[in-house]
Ligand binder design. Structure first.
Ligand code: ATP
Ligand code: MN
Length: 532
């Protein structure tokens, strides 16, 4: 068991305007775990993991995420409903309030890194109101050695106070909770929400601006792993599509489960030092790597347990979006450091609730660009506030909420890299089969795993393909360990005509969504659109 030792170093927060705080700097996982329980803020599960409740918010709140409009961002950010501008003066005032709130309190401060490649390393300092939030930071960012703390100067500072509420009328927020990035001050303030994902996705958003703009590196909302022959694979997908689940593969070393950069030196590196897995319906049988990672050091969020601390993973009474975070080293088979070479295969994961898209299909370069910009999935209940029913969703680059630049900037970088690397691109539907949501069922995880393995082992190169009449996707007609009839979605429906109608409906949604990007797209990309 690795548990980085506490340090003798101590720091003052006065320069941040946080006065008279009792600063608990760089505490160990054990200290933070015990402190959370001592303060009555969490309990220990039978697995040894810490179980906490994040409070009112059990998911991100995208409508309360802002970017300060300043000299750095004003001409570069794609402003709108996703990247909502915030006034610099308002930020300064709110910053004063949130830091005043933390003044005089006991706080938990942690220095860590983002970006596993030392050439891209970003120093992160996080100030947390709660010990368990600081344990999350320990789990999710890259843990420095004690010697690396000497002279540590943060590039980005995150101030996180779940107990502090903004006053919308005065402060310029939408409601009491907020997550605001300021690129001039290189600070993020997160208040009014205890959902830990806001901390990691805040830094992700910051890097998604800085890496392409200043370091010629493509940031990606994807997981990554590497095979025994050194062949990397990356898995793009929106929340709930299977990035974390499918990247945990006993035959391949995990690079990371959510955030990566693809450099101009032909490498792919993880931004993080841990994983943040969905826990709903988790079983040891279906997801052994993740299940076994839940032990001391891990934090379970919003799960229900019995009196013995045994978690009922099927219980969604607090939220569908139950989660567990743990450091990468809680997974047995990991790549150290978290870096791989150019991917050989790229998978676009989608959880299509209409049961229309094939479970696996091979994309042409034009289709790859089209589907990347579209970023289709059906939103599965839970990760976002207010989403309780699955609904179709298009999110550019499979991660629009975290992408400050215009989607085509990322898409152009990706297309060029895919071309240079000669990578295979696959669209994988981890969603419904045999009918739409309500009628059909979710694709069996073991089939999805078998299809992905077959693609990675070059077993889909020489099989027969059929082209989908509406989407134009090339569908393999056989795949090891998968029944043939599963591969063609129309054959899994009781009523073929009902399938055709649904497929046309979905194609129409794709086209309507893509209209906003058409003026940026060339003929090749438009050739990747559905046909009718
Ligand atoms: P996030 O961005 O929110 O972290 P994610 O892409 O990492 O999301 P996962 O945590 O991997 O998503 O969630 C996928 C969920 O879907 C898991 O709960 C998994 O058990 C379930 N699932 C069911 N069937 C499949 C399938 N065929 N393929 C992948 N996942 C499946
Ligand atoms: Mn994930």
């Amino acid at each position: 068991m690795v548990d980085h030792n506490t340090t003798t170093k101590s720091i003052s927060l006065a320069s941040y305007g946080i006065h008279d705080a009792q600063v608990n700097y760089q505490w160990t996982a054990r200290q933070l775990h015990d402190e959370t329980i001592r303060k009555g803020l969490g309990v220990e599960a039978s697995s040894g993991a810490l179980a906490i409740n994040t409070g009112k918010f059990t998911g991100r709140s995208p409508m309360d995420r802002f970017i300060v409009k300043d000299d750095i961002t004003s001409d570069r950010v794609w402003w709108g409903d996703i990247n909502i501008p915030f006034d610099p003066d308002k930020f300064d005032k709110l910053y004063e309030k949130i830091t005043a709130y933390l003044g005089g309190k006991e706080v938990y401060v942690r220095d860590s890194f983002a970006c596993a490649d030392v050439n891209y390393r970003t120093n992160i300092r996080v100030v947390n109101e709660y010990p368990w939030s600081n344990l999350f930071v320990y789990n999710m960012f890259i843990r420095p050695e004690e010697s690396e703390l000497e002279g540590f100067e943060p590039d980005w500072v995150v101030i996180n106070a779940p107990g502090f509420l903004a006053d919308p009328e005065v402060d310029g927020t939408r409601q009491g909770n907020f997550a605001i990035l300021n690129f001039t001050r290189k600070m993020a303030i997160v208040g009014g929400t205890g959902y830990t994902g806001e901390i990691k996705k805040g830094i992700f958003s910051a890097l998604n601006f800085e890496l392409p703009v200043f370091k010629n590196t493509l940031p990606m909302h994807c997981s990554a792993n590497v095979g025994q022959k050194g062949d990397s694979a990356i898995f793009f997908g929106l929340s709930g599509t299977g990035k974390t689940t499918l990247s945990a593969d006993p035959d391949r070393k995990l690079i990371g489960d959510d955030e990566h950069g693809w450099t101009s030196e032909n490498t792919v590196f993880n931004f993080e030092g841990g994983c943040y897995a969905k826990a709903i319906d988790l079983t040891e049988e279906k997801e052994p790597e993740i299940y076994r990672a839940i032990r001391f050091g891990a934090i379970l969020e919003n799960v229900i347990m019995d009196e013995q601390g045994v978690v009922d993973f099927t219980d969604s009474s607090i939220t569908q979006n139950t989660r567990v975070s743990y450091p990468l080293y809680n997974i047995d088979n990991i790549q150290v450091p978290s870096i791989g070479f150019n991917p050989k295969n790229i998978f676009f994961l989608t959880a299509d609730a209409f049961g229309v898209l094939p479970p696996i299909s091979k994309l042409t370069p034009g289709q790859a660009a089209y589907h990347f910009i579209s970023g289709y999935t059906a939103k599965v209940a839970g990760t976002e506030e207010g989403v309780n029913e699955p609904q179709p969703s298009f999110s550019a680059c499979f991660g629009a909420p975290f992408m400050p630049l215009h989607p085509t900037e990322y898409a152009e970088m990706l297309s060029k890299k895919m071309q240079d690397a000669g990578v295979n691109v696959w669209l994988v539907n981890t969603g419904w089969t045999g009918g739409a949501y309500g009628e059909g069922r979710r694709m069996k995880l073991k089939y999805t795993r078998a299809m992905i393995s077959a693609a990675m082992e070059d077993q889909l190169n020489d099989v027969a393909y059929r082209v989908h009449p509406i989407f134009g996707l090339a569908i393999p007609q056989s795949c090891p360990d998968v029944p043939d009839e599963v591969l063609n979605p129309r054959d899994t429906w009781a009523d073929g005509q009902a399938y055709d109608l649904k497929a046309q409906e979905l194609a129409k949604s794709f086209k309507e969504n893509f209209a906003q990007f058409e003026s940026y797209a060339n003929e090749e990309i438009m050739g990747g659109a559905p046909r009718s």
